[in-house]
Design a protein around this ligand. Structure first.
Ligand SMILES: Cc1cc2nc3c(=O)[nH]c(=O)nc-3n(C[C@H](O)[C@H](O)[C@H](O)COP(=O)(O)OP(=O)(O)OC[C@H]3O[C@@H](n4cnc5c(N)ncnc54)[C@H](O)[C@@H]3O)c2cc1C
Length: 442
């Protein structure tokens, strides 16, 4: 009998298993793919490396405006794909070793429930006093005619060669990031988005700003559009049909959302309840409808981000399992979109702030940063500050700029502490910098 069975070795599962093992429990961690999960193998890590790789395209153009002579350049897609894959494999091995060092038993295979305390893996039944479901989520695919010719973000990370043209169906952050990476590497990119703006859930002005930037860079954004059908013309060419319009591209990516990875768990065998989208239903203690089974991370719905999955795992371990304390504020989660230009955001959008507070005020700035003024195609910066109340408490900050993710991570500390406009005004500016504008806005 195992004390705890952790299902899924991704961001949530790894933290959960190692914490439990360190506290002296016997822990088995079951994984049917790579140790590290989505973030390490098919998400944040390879995506951020591709973001870095693709940034050089624009930087070489800019270098010519700054006195450098960067002549004919070429890009070796296959070499980068291999280099990134190689790095990911090293991380997978490192995570496996850390589990071994922590005394976690790793079982390779797909887990499914036979009962709340019995789990079947590779036709072997294991009994566990407690189970923690950390199975994450997977890309959804719309079953349109020709869906088999469409890839998902998962496939992108193993494309052997760079497509000259790509259609990306979806307007969420994964669609927007892949579009930008591909465009910066030299592919012709179409985004097909059901809404009138990309990046649903982000601030409306920021969405408009990024769409303008994308269009200026030559990315075609088809708004209020959907794909009806994908026809295969040959192995490398597809026709994408959108109402009366059609385009020809090499590759099609469906990035229309994600679904919790819970079907194979056979939750019904254990009386574990799921919602209509397949997310495991949990209470505020991460307990499922079976008290000896908990669930964490992407598979319970909500904000699907690595730091959220990790914080839930720590919260569950300290507060629920050990009856201790784990102070973390899930209401102020900074996020980034690794696009060109980069987006960083924390707190409320203007629309959300107006729903929650009566007296909302905003300050928006767009300007060309000093470092870009000599460029033939200067990248403008966007900063939007959202405040409420007589003391102008900062409720949201939205930035589009180089390194916006780094800027937002630092400012998230101050915003989580509840700073006001007066605190910004009191702070001395650092000159010349982009963010001095934030403390000198009047
Ligand atoms: C393209 C992309 C880019 C992303 N970029 C970012 C980013 O920049 N920043 C950020 O914070 N987040 C990002 N995310 C989201 C982030 O990757 C997830 O929120 C995070 O990985 C969730 O962790 P998890 O532990 O819940 O699930 P996962 O990391 O998905 O781990 C679940 C694991 O369970 C395994 N599993 C599933 N079912 C079973 C079963 N029945 N038996 C055994 N094993 C099973 C899976 O193989 C997987 O390894 C991105 C995601 C994608 C797809």
């Amino acid at each position: 009998m195992i004390d705890v069975m952790v299902i899924g070795a991704g961001s949530a599962g790894l933290v959960t298993a190692k914490q439990l093992a360190a506290s002296g429990k016997s822990v088995a961690l079951v994984e049917n793919d790579t140790i590290g999960g989505t973030c390490v193998s098919y998400g944040c890590v390879p995506k951020k490396l591709w973001h870095r790789v693709s940034a050089f395209g624009g930087q070489m153009d800019a270098a010519n405006d700054y006195g450098w002579s960067v002549s004919e350049s070429s890009f070796d897609w296959e070499a980068m794909q291999q280099a990134i894959r190689g790095y990911v494999q090293k991380l997978n091995a490192r995570h496996y070793q850390k589990c071994m060092d922590a005394g976690v038993t790793v079982i390779r295979g797909q887990a499914s429930f036979v009962s709340p305390t019995t789990i079947c893996i590779n036709n072997t039944h294991y009994t566990a006093g407690h189970s923690v479901i950390c199975v994450g989520s997977t890309a959804k695919k719309e079953p349109i005619p020709g869906a088999d010719y469409c890839d998902t973000s998962y496939d992108f990370f193993s494309w052997p060669k760079q497509p000259q043209s790509v259609a990306i169906w979806g307007g969420g952050y994964i669609a927007v990031e892949l579009a930008s990476i591909l465009q910066a590497c030299g592919s012709r990119v179409h985004i097909i988005c059901r809404q009138s703006q990309v990046l649903g859930g982000f601030d409306a002005d920021l969405r408009a700003f990024i769409m303008d930037r994308y269009r200026e860079k030559g990315i075609h954004i088809h708004t209020n559009s959907t794909i009806d059908r994908v026809d295969r013309i040959d192995e490398d060419t597809h026709r994408v049909v959108m109402g009366s319009q059609s385009i020809r591209v090499n590759r099609v990516i469906q990035a229309i959302g994600r679904r919790p990875n819970t079907d194979a768990l056979l939750c019904e065998s254990a009386g574990i309840m799921r919602d209509a989208n397949g997310a495991i239903i949990v209470n505020d203690q991460y307990a499922t409808s079976q008290p000896t089974v908990s669930a964490l991370g992407d598979c319970i719905g909500g904000l699907q981000l690595t730091p959220v999955a990790i914080a839930q795992a720590r919260d569950w371990f300290h507060r629920v399992w050990c009856k201790g304390n784990f102070p973390v504020d899930f209401s102020t989660v900074p996020t980034a979109v690794f696009s060109h230009p980069e987006i960083g955001t924390v707190g409320l959008t203007e629309d959300a702030a107006r729903e929650q507070y009566a007296d909302v005020s905003t300050k928006t700035l767009t300007f060309t940063p000093l470092t870009a003024v000599l460029s033939a195609q200067p990248e403008p910066v966007f900063i939007k500050l959202i405040m409420s109340g007589g003391d102008l408490q900062v409720r949201g900050l939205h930035i589009v700029a180089d390194s916006a993710s780094e800027i937002i991570q630092s400012l998230a500390v101050a915003i989580q502490k509840g700073i006001t406009k007066a605190d910004l005004d009191k702070t001395m500016a650092l000159h010349p910098s982009i963010m001095e504008e934030l403390v000198t806005i009047y």
